[in-house]
Design a protein around this ligand. Structure first.
Ligand code: CUA
Length: 366
């Protein structure tokens, strides 16, 4: 009941809009498309169990209603027609056949489970960090993305951890689903056949708090040959040389227009917006409402009353570049009054150009 109430409330309040399924995503009959190598096997087990149960249910009901009619009491005080206590052949039949069927269920279920929990040794690894209420996917070259990008035809192993509570990474189209447990790593793996290049929804399947329903991302499956190109270009900001970065900062629009070789390069404000939605959104709202941390609406230049942790004294600060830098790298030093000292450090997780961009974005939040 409580869970239901929270779900309703989370829809009614400031939950970020849940993104619709990607364009071109076609659901099958009852089940999503079978976009991984294990999906047909899982659906097969599901269908076999469902149809066997339906067959037994229908069979039992037909006999039950038929016998109710055929063998009903016809006259008051009528005795049962047969006085047989049992029938050995019948009892053996209805014990042995279901036992064989159950052994078969166990066998297909068990082999499927072993397959699902054993990633191939040569799998491509992507690190997943789950936190209330967003996903972060980190690739071997250090790039972190809000969506999961993978090459088709390659086994992918997700090494998953949680920053806070229990989550669960579920890609319905792949039929793979695994808990992400605080304090330990868990794994999940899949291979997308090349004919299933496209985009698929990825959701959190474990109730994890107010905005659980908005903990949503996409799996973007690239053709195998195009994935390395995507990965190389995924973070053009990182690839700018120092002097180029200086030009870019002076006039981002001009620099982007003149340097088509940095495909996908965006203005600092845009980059900052992405950083916010990737790392900050769950605690810092943009609409003026307080969350785990202060809202970012009108944050730039705002006077804040803070508690200085080292001295225990209160002080007044103004939100400027240095205050933001300190709050990103060592958030426990000064804590805004009325909030808990719970923010994790982002030192090493955000690189300097991302922090520059975040500041540029904050300045636009009037
Ligand atoms: Cu994370 Cu539900």
């Amino acid at each position: 009941m409580n869970v239901l109430l929270h779900l309703i409330l989370s829809q009614a309040t400031s939950a970020p809009a849940v993104t619709a399924p990607p364009a071109g995503y076609k659901s099958g009959w009852l089940l999503p498309p079978q976009a991984s190598t294990v999906a047909p096997q899982i659906d097969f087990v599901f269908n076999v169990i469902t149809w066997v149960c339906i067959a037994f249910f229908v069979g039992m009901m037909v006999f039950m209603f038929a016998f109710m009619g055929i063998y009903r009491r016809r006259t008051p005080g009528q005795k049962a027609l047969s006085q047989n206590s049992h029938n050995t052949a019948l009892e053996l039949t209805w014990s042995i056949i279901p036992t064989i069927i159950l052994c078969y269920f166990f066998w297909v279920g068990f082999t499927g489970f072993v397959n699902l929990t054993t990633p191939p040794a040569d799998a491509y690894e992507v690190q997943v960090t789950a936190q209330q209420w967003s996903w972060a996917f980190t690739y071997p070259n250090g790039h972190t993305d809000a969506n999961l990008h993978v090459p088709a035809g390659t086994p992918i192993r997700l090494l998953m951890r949680s920053n806070d509570v229990l989550h669960n990474l579920f890609v319905p189209a792949f039929r793979t689903k695994y808990d992400i447990i605080p304090g330990r790593y868990t794994r999940e793996w899949f291979t997308v056949p090349p004919e299933h290049v496209g985009e698929y929804p990825l959701v959190c399947a474990e109730y994890c708090g107010k905005d659980h329903s908005a903990m949503y991302a996409r799996v973007v499956v690239h053709p195998a040959a195009e994935f390395p190109i995507w990965l190389d270009n995924a973070d053009p900001l990182k690839r700018l040389k120092e002097e180029e970065y200086a030009q870019y900062k002076t006039d981002p629009d001009k620099f982007i227009a003149e340097h088509p070789e940095y495909a996908g390069l965006e203005t600092p404000v845009k980059v900052g917006e992405k950083v916010h939605s990737l790392y900050c959104r769950s605690c810092h709202t943009l609409d003026g409402s307080a969350s785990t941390g202060p809202t970012w609406k009108g944050i730039w230049g705002r006077p804040e009353r803070v508690r200085v942790t080292a001295t225990g004294q209160e002080a007044d600060v103004t939100v400027d570049e240095n205050y933001v830098l300190e709050s990103v790298e060592d958030p426990g030093q000064k804590v805004v009054k009325g909030f808990e000292n719970v923010m994790p450090t982002f030192k090493g997780r955000l690189y300097p150009r991302q922090i520059d961009s975040l500041i540029a974005y904050m300045k636009t939040l009037k």
